[in-house]
Design a protein around this ligand. Structure first.
Ligand SMILES: [Zn+2]
Length: 439
């Protein structure tokens, strides 16, 4: 039994309970409120001066891009040029198990240290042979599990062989069963993958009971769909059977009123990724209109190649800031709901993103006693508005403390960062040696 006690308040996802205690039994929440005096806690977590919230769920990340941030030729360029620049970076460094593990360790550590307890990793960049694909996937999943985070690993595609994608999924499904791991499938989008890929991944998802994810309606996606098929991406996805309640579509920047109605009528969930789309100038999803139409919306950072950071709470703040320019203002509680429950429901996870008896024991304790929160009239709203870049004091995943007093429990932050730095240095110097010898 783990008891989280002394909190200023607990936000369950639907209500605020001042001074409440959260008891976790095994990997689930046992009670939120007044603890049973007859039950002795095994481990006490001091949440004095904190607001306790459900663990954040990052609904859309590309963890491998944590190794490819702030490249000047991938800044402020049209998306087609960005995709080409990123492909060149991946090729120069080489994506294999070692790189995937080092990058995912950084991305997952960064996630836990901002309060994210579940990361959906939409992995799109794959080597050409099945064995290395499996190595990359297992290394990524292993990095998350070893730090104690939940991972929804999405076997994506970006114009690569659908049969190899299906074989990777089948292998992972057969060999990678773990309570912290969920598998999903996800073509990059209609700009990169054809109907055969969508069909093959839909088939394996139906056979194995997996969720489906894709991306749509960022600028390049709309342009290419119109040019190649004479249709907009969501019309194509609908025709290909990919607008359904088991599908989550990321980005959705450029959506018409008719398309919002279509998404709502099909029961599709959407992931908002303002930390990627805004700085790059790729658009803003009309979150208010989507919510008002009854669409479930989650929040994702997308990858380091466009976002540079993986701080979901910072992106929750950005979502609040930009909302008035994208249709209507959102409240802090709406955005907190998006970053927790909305993302969780998109993963088909009714047990995540809330604190209630029987829900997963995933939570964060954010200290609100510092100067950033002094003078704040509404501490829960202040959690997002005040103190950008905030880190939690404690993070719990499945009843286990994975961040205690601001530090990772199962890894060393400095070592994780140093490992990726050293690996990138060794590979980029190797590439320049190759260039020299080829001259
Ligand atoms: Zn993305």
């Amino acid at each position: 039994m783990l008891r989280v006690q002394g909190a200023e308040s607990v936000w369950t996802g639907t209500e605020e309970l001042p001074g409440a205690t959260v008891d976790c039994a095994g990997d689930v929440v046992a009670q939120v409120g007044v603890p049973d005096p007859a039950v002795a806690p095994g481990d006490l977590l001091d949440a004095s001066g904190c607001i306790v919230v459900p663990g954040l769920v990052n609904a859309h990340h590309h963890l491998v891009q944590s190794a490819f941030r702030t490249h000047p030729d991938a800044r402020h360029v049209p998306m087609a040029q960005w995709l080409a620049a990123m492909r060149a970076k991946y090729a120069a460094v080489g994506i294999d198990g070692e790189l995937a593990h080092a990058a995912a360790s950084v991305g997952v550590a960064e996630s836990l240290l901002c309060g994210v307890t579940t990361v959906a990793d939409h992995h799109l960049n794959w080597p050409a042979d099945l064995d290395t694909c499996i190595e990359v996937a297992e290394a990524t999943i292993g990095a998350a599990v070893s730090l104690g985070a939940r991972i929804a690993f999405v076997r994506g595609t970006a114009a690569d062989d659908p049969a190899r994608a299906v074989a990777t999924v089948e292998h992972l499904h057969a060999h990678r069963s773990h309570p912290l791991v969920q598998l999903a499938v996800g073509p990059s989008g209609v700009h990169a993958d054809g109907p055969e890929t969508f069909a093959a991944l839909a088939d394996v998802a139906a056979r194995l009971g997996l969720r489906r994810r894709t991306q749509a309606n960022e600028v390049v996606d709309v342009d290419i769909a119109l040019e190649r098929y004479g249709r907009r991406p969501l019309a194509l996805l609908d025709e290909w059977g990919w607008l359904a309640p088991d599908v989550t579509v990321a980005h959705c920047c450029d959506v018409t009123a008719g398309e919002i109605e279509l998404l709502a009528s099909r029961g599709v969930t959407v992931t908002h990724a303002p930390g990627c789309d805004l700085p790059q100038g790729w658009g803003v999803a009309p979150v208010g209109a989507l919510l008002d139409a009854g669409v479930t919306v989650g929040l994702g950072t997308s990858g380091g190649g466009s976002n540079d950071a993986g701080h979901l709470l910072a992106d929750a703040r950005l979502a609040l800031q930009v909302a008035p320019l994208a249709g209507r203002a959102l409240t802090a509680r709406e955005v907190l709901g998006i970053a927790t429950r909305g993302s969780a429901l998109g993963l088909g996870r009714d047990d995540l993103g809330l604190l209630a008896p029987g829900a997963a024991a995933d939570l964060c304790c954010y200290d609100v006693g510092g100067v950033a929160d002094a003078g704040v009239a509404d501490p829960l709203a202040g959690l997002i508005w005040a103190g950008p870049g905030r880190r939690p004091r404690h993070v719990v995943v499945a009843g286990r403390v994975v961040v205690r007093d601001g530090r990772l429990v199962a890894g060393d932050e400095a070592e994780i960062a140093a490992r990726l730095r050293a690996l990138l240095l060794s590979r980029t110097s190797r590439t320049s040696r190759t260039f020299r010898s080829g001259e």
